[in-house]
Design a protein around this ligand. Structure first.
Ligand SMILES: [Zn+2]
Length: 82
């Protein structure tokens, strides 16, 4: 991805970063770390190059090979706080 790409939503500048992304595949949520992506510096929209999308798709199809399962606290926005 060209560094001077412009966000299609807000026309902000897109920076190249290594991010953690999540996506849903056949009802399963999959998280992938260290994904090379373009991130809009203004609105935070993520952009993936075609080879990156292909790799993410491959990972999803072979999700049984994923070795690490991470669990983390997930709050409900409306949770009761004393
Ligand atoms: Zn943007």
């Amino acid at each position: 991805m060209d560094k001077k790409d412009i966000c299609i939503y807000c026309e902000g500048e897109i920076d190249l970063r290594s991010i953690r992304t999540r996506f849903d595949f056949k009802g399963k949520t999959i998280y992938v770390d260290n994904v090379p992506a373009g991130v809009c510096s203004t609105c935070g929209e993520h952009y993936f190059d075609a080879p990156v999308c292909e790799q993410l798709e491959k990972i999803a199809k072979h999700s049984d090979l994923i070795k690490k399962t991470v669990s983390f606290p997930l709050a409900e926005y409306n949770m009761a706080i004393p």
